[in-house]
Design a protein around this ligand. Structure first.
Ligand SMILES: [Zn+2]
Length: 251
């Protein structure tokens, strides 16, 4: 913990010493720790240059953000060892801390300033509960392989409102450093990239699995049940068959 406090102190000092371009800087007075370096934003850009990387070492990428096996992989998978500390990237408040056996496993979702959230998944142990206020570097949990995984890894997401940000636009995990562009992430690029990914997903066939419902598949495509039925020329009364292919939009 001392190490992170030190990093934090350095960040705070660097921030204080920065020349006065603070006209662009918005700080929220009701932020959980408004005296601590956090995400800055202006009208068009988000500044992640004060982010703390949630793992403490260089790490190879196991899976990228994007469409994978007909699903949108909303974050990145990064190689870690069992039980290592996973730390909060920014000051924030824990809004979810729970176990989802079929998905993220033990996971923690943290709300930060400026509509940013970060998610830490597949933990072996959660160290925080809903409502906890965190500082960057606070341990949210221990790395693991809970939920749907094939081995220990951290699943890490960055969200801006309802949009996902590809974490690789901000963090270079193999070199354990922030990217050159991290200080200037264009909001409109984030929204465009997210929409492109949604469109790509809709053009993929979805193959029905055991336990799927029209509602769950419609939610996956981000469309209504009615439009799912219309696009695929099926009736809501007909049962789904495992292996059946469904589309999210007309070809
Ligand atoms: Zn993942």
């Amino acid at each position: 913990m001392k190490r992170y406090l030190l990093i934090l102190l350095c960040l705070a000092t660097a921030l204080a010493a920065e020349p006065a371009d603070s006209s662009e800087v918005q700080t929220s007075s009701d932020s959980p720790a408004s005296n601590v370096a956090t995400i800055r934003e202006d009208r068009d850009y988000l500044d992640f240059s004060n982010m703390l990387i949630p793992i403490t070492h260089e790490a190879s990428m196991l899976s990228k953000y994007g469409v994978r096996n007909h699903r949108l992989h909303r974050g990145v998978d990064v190689r870690i060892t069992m039980g290592e500390p996973i730390v909060a990237a920014f000051p924030g408040v824990v809004i979810v801390s729970k176990f989802n056996p079929g998905g993220y496993g033990h996971y923690v979702l943290v709300q930060h300033d400026n509509d940013i959230q970060t998610l830490y998944g597949h933990l072996s142990k959660r160290e925080v509960k809903v409502g906890d206020k965190l500082l960057p570097g606070d341990i949210v949990g221990l790395g693991g392989n809970s939920g749907r995984t094939t081995g220990p890894h951290l699943h890490f997401e960055i969200r801006y409102g309802k949009y996902n940000i590809d974490p690789e636009t901000v963090v270079d995990f193999p070199h354990w450093e922030l990217t050159e562009g991290a200080s200037r992430i264009s909001k409109s690029d984030v929204i465009t990239a997210h929409r492109k990914m949604q469109a790509k997903l809709k053009n993929e066939d979805y193959i029905v699995k055991e336990g799927d419902t029209l509602e769950s598949i419609a939610a996956w495509f981000n469309i209504s049940v009615m439009s799912l039925c219309r696009t695929n020329n099926i009736s809501p009364e007909n049962p789904l068959k495992v292996g059946q292919r469904l589309r999210g939009s007309s070809p």
